[in-house]
Design a protein around this ligand. Structure first.
Ligand code: F6R
Length: 367
């Protein structure tokens, strides 16, 4: 199964162009999206009566949920909240039939997420599961399901699960926008073009970053702490990058909203501390650059991740990694690639079992 790769994690990172292509295949046309699995949902539920959407997931699935929230906030006229599965509850009668609950789970088995799904159903909420496994509990218990077709993910760390969940959320967002004639209607043509291009862009991101990230991982070998910063979608991505580094490389990695460091965490910055600055969102770049300058003034070692051709970031950082430029909503997929690779190489250079990190399991069947 491993073919050319030493570990499942690397194999699964490399498989992402194909996994995303499978998730999008047959669902994406030049004019819109077709989601036959959700025909019943759109037939049975009057989408105009949805008062609020709740997205629920754990770990990496929670992180894709935050991206989903930001996407839906832009596309729909419906308030969206995202919760960590183990924190989700409909106490105080806050949730009911007017609340659509979307649960995200690669394995389809996570006890915290299953219990959130049961709670949502108990309160009468319609539920959609976005999952990679058709035969597991979460798919069986949800009212409707949308499958990611990432293929089996055997390494404990979620990689292709994350990028395929965001892709599926994108399809769902487009379908919901069309049905509700949401404010994001005008954005759909650009999003469709970007999605058609996505598998190829992921391939490019892999090619553009793999060697440089391998070298940077060697540099982090004697470090105990690493910080990731970003604004907006880049901040959400920073959270995911930090989680990967913690679980696979046992490295204390923390994510911060770039503007937040100066409110306390800056005190932890000492000369040479590695910081990854994510600057993939053009509109937020200028402010992120000023935050990078603050870090450089304290002699942090800053690696910037930005889009091809941007020289503003490269001017202020120690090292720059370029990834292809795509639609802002797809950047968390393209920039996840170097962060996944960093966790992989940082884990292997430290000699850890990257496919089976200590204290963790692939399917968490206890709450
Ligand atoms: C991180 C990771 C976990 C899972 C979480 C939810 O790399 O793999 O954080 O994302 O346990 O798992 P699923 O998506 O299977 O419900």
């Amino acid at each position: 199964h491993l073919q050319d790769h030493e570990h499942y994690m690397l194999k699964e990172i490399m498989e992402q162009p194909k996994a995303i292509k499978r998730t999008l295949d047959g669902r994406l046309t030049s004019e819109g999206v077709i989601l036959p699995e959700l025909d019943a949902f759109f037939a049975e539920l009057d989408v105009h009566r949805i008062r609020k959407i709740d997205i629920v997931g754990s770990g990496t699935s929670y992180h894709s949920g935050i991206i989903g929230k930001k996407l839906l906030d832009t596309m729909l006229d419906i308030p969206v909240e995202v919760s960590i599965s183990s924190e989700f509850s409909c106490e105080h009668g806050s949730l009911g039939p007017g609340n659509l609950v979307i649960v995200l789970s690669q394995s389809g088995e996570t006890a915290d997420t299953l219990s959130a799904l049961k709670e949502a159903k108990r309160c009468g909420c319609p539920t959609i599961a976005i999952t990679n496994n058709k035969r597991r509990n979460i798919a069986r218990k949800a009212d409707y399901t949308l499958f990611t077709s990432a293929g089996p993910e055997l390494a404990v760390a979620a990689t292709k699960a994350y990028t395929s969940q965001i892709s599926a959320l994108m399809l769902l967002a487009i379908a919901l926008t069309e049905k509700t004639n949401g404010p994001g209607m005008a954005l759909i043509p650009d999003l469709l073009n970007a999605l058609h291009q996505l598998p190829e862009d992921i391939e490019k991101s892999l090619i553009m970053t793999q060697d440089a990230i391998d070298q940077f991982a060697q540099v982090t070998n004697d470090q105990d702490h690493l910080f990731l910063i970003g604004r907006g979608l880049d901040y959400v991505l920073a959270l995911e990058g930090a989680l990967k580094l913690q679980e696979v490389a046992y490295l204390h990695a923390d994510a911060y909203a770039a503007g937040e460091m100066k409110h306390g965490t800056m005190a932890l910055i000492t000369p040479g501390v590695p910081v990854i600055a994510l600057a993939t969102q053009e509109k937020l770049r200028e402010k992120t650059i000023s935050n990078i300058r603050e870090l450089k003034a304290r002699d942090a070692f800053v690696v910037g991740i930005t889009t091809t051709g941007d020289s503003d970031v490269s001017d202020v950082v120690d090292e720059v990694l370029y990834i292809p430029e795509a639609h802002p909503f797809l950047m968390p997929i393209l920039a996840a690639i170097p962060l996944q690779l960093l966790a992989y190489y940082a884990g292997t250079v430290r000699g850890y079992d990257v496919d089976r990190p200590r204290n963790l399991a692939k399917s968490l069947t206890v709450e």
